[in-house]
Design a protein around this ligand. Structure first.
Ligand SMILES: Cc1cc2nc3c(=O)[nH]c(=O)nc-3n(C[C@H](O)[C@H](O)[C@H](O)COP(=O)(O)OP(=O)(O)OC[C@H]3O[C@@H](n4cnc5c(N)ncnc54)[C@H](O)[C@@H]3O)c2cc1C
Length: 458
């Protein structure tokens, strides 16, 4: 693979290994997981003078970070996430410049379309948060929507929206390219990156972190960031640390190139679409997802009840996950540090897309853009979203294990905010007080009796 290869699809197990640095004996920080969170954290830590290794069990960005829609969304964010997200958007612009435009970053805006007045009123409630944070979001009338998403071009019998909420400076990036490009830049600046390197366990002595045990040997360290996406809860549980995380399948597809109706990202009740830089669209069913019942899903049932009730029509429950998934019934929950772990057994979590959903997306796309006809699908894929009961992540130190920081449960919107949390993780490792209020993301919130406050959007 040449240095600046454009990836043709979500990263797979067949994608050639690109990063195979020798295992260091000792570093300042070990990062478990080469997704958007781990890589941005590594980049900023290295820029602060720390020695950092990123251990990735499969390939860089092989799971959620190359499978997402590519939305860099401030719109609809939780109050506590929004200031971090506003900074993250600025950082995306910066890294896009630094990588010579290879992330595909573009500010095309994000629009939440409503087909009924009630839906529009519900959407508009969030605008108070935007105003508080001085974000340029506002309500659009039907006439303004028709202008933004070219009504004449859409076709005579196109679906009508009554209005929308809109953030014009929201953005997108091409996920397949962006994270590998960030990894290359971080590597060029001195981050050690090792693919095919699962971390099996933490090496803990006297309650404190001494190192991590990888499939290739031990790395000594006093600081570790667990950014393992859908696998974080399984990893943590082995050490008696409970993260009430659940992973749900979300399907995406990409169309062949089509006329430009709108250059940004938009979603209504039935479909989410965003213009791609190659002239096609990424399509998805909004919050529609498949939830596989496993031991963790069972255990956490009550914690998830509020969010499940709010999204019930969007969720399909399935009795068991395929073999090798983090919460499959047959997945090992405990293993010795010198034995093959579940992380090596599934190098790349690559769920099959839900093709019924893809067919529905084609149909829904032609309802809103009848002039385009039924769109041809170039690729369909799926990813497992690591959701939390309140749909905001944990980004915090673990009180009972000095040295361990958890950064996980990004709940379907961690791509956009990646650089923001990356900066915060760097500050935490350096022992500085992060520049944002981190209360909302604390580890203890599921066990300290706090009332669960569900965030506004997945
Ligand atoms: C279909 C879909 C659409 C989405 N759309 C958007 C969007 O438009 N905008 C947005 O902001 N977000 C979106 N998201 C969410 C976003 O992609 C994720 O929140 C984000 O990528 C999470 O990044 P991460 O680094 O935490 O996890 P991941 O990207 O999942 O990375 C974790 C990595 O850790 C590795 N790993 C796990 N265990 C170990 C171990 N023991 N040792 C070594 N490595 C390990 C895994 O192989 C994986 O590569 C979407 C997600 C999906 C699935």
């Amino acid at each position: 693979m040449n240095k600046h290869q454009t990836f043709l699809g979500p990263v797979q197990e067949t994608t050639p290994v690109k990063f195979s640095d020798p295992l260091p004996q000792e570093v300042d920080v070990v990062i478990i997981g080469g997704g958007v969170i781990g890589l941005f954290a590594a980049l900023y830590m290295r820029r602060s003078g720390l020695s950092v290794v990123v251990c990735e069990k499969g390939r860089i960005a092989c799971e959620q970070s190359s499978r997402n829609w590519g939305w860099i969304r401030q719109h609809g964010r939780d109050r506590a996430e929004l200031p971090i997200m506003m900074e993250a958007t600025r950082l995306w612009e910066e890294v896009d410049r630094e990588t010579g435009g290879r992330t595909g970053f573009k500010r095309g805006g994000i629009c939440y379309l409503a087909s009924t007045k009630e839906r529009l009123e519900k959407r508009a409630e969030w605008l108070d948060i935007a105003k508080e944070c001085q974000l340029e979001s506002r309500l659009l009338t039907k006439a303004e929507v028709d202008k933004l998403i070219d009504r004449d071009k859409r076709g005579g019998d196109a679906h009508e929206w009554v209005g929308a909420t809109h953030t014009p400076n929201d953005a997108r990036a091409e996920a397949w390219q962006a994270i590998p490009a960030i990894a290359e830049m971080a590597h060029d600046e001195g981050v050690v990156i090792i693919e095919n390197c699962a971390v099996r366990a933490l090496d803990v002595s006297g309650g404190a972190l001494k190192g991590v045990v990888t499939e290739h040997g031990i790395i000594r360290t006093s600081q570790c960031v667990l950014a393992a996406g859908a696998w974080s809860s399984l990893f943590a549980k082995r050490h008696g640390i409970t993260i009430p995380q659940m992973s749900v399948r979300s399907t995406v597809c990409q169309t062949e190139p089509l006329p430009e109706f709108y250059g940004g990202n938009a979603a209504d009740e039935n479909i989410a679409f965003r213009r791609r830089n190659d002239g096609g669209y990424n399509l998805a069913g909004g919050a529609r997802s498949d939830c596989y019942i496993g031991r963790d899903a069972f255990r956490n049932f009550w914690k998830y009840l509020p969010v499940a009730a709010a999204h019930l029509p969007d969720i399909t429950f399935r009795l068991s996950a395929p073999k090798g998934f983090p919460d499959a019934w047959s997945t090992k929950r405990d293993w010795a540090a010198d034995e093959v772990s579940p992380f090596e057994e599934t190098r790349v979590l690559n769920p099959a897309p839900n093709m019924k959903q893809v067919a529905k997306l084609q149909e829904n796309f032609s309802k809103i853009f009848p002039s385009a006809g039924k769109p041809k699908i170039r690729h369909a894929w799926a990813g497992m979203i690591d959701a939390m009961p309140d749909i905001v992540p944990i980004v915090d130190r673990v009180p009972d294990m000095p040295g361990l920081i958890i950064a996980t449960g990004m709940s379907g919107h961690g791509f956009g905010i990646g650089p923001g949390f990356g900066k915060i993780l760097c500050e935490m490792v350096l022992g500085k007080t992060p520049g944002h209020d981190m209360q909302r993301f604390r580890f203890s919130r599921f066990s300290d009796g706090s009332k669960l406050e569900v965030g506004p959007d997945i």
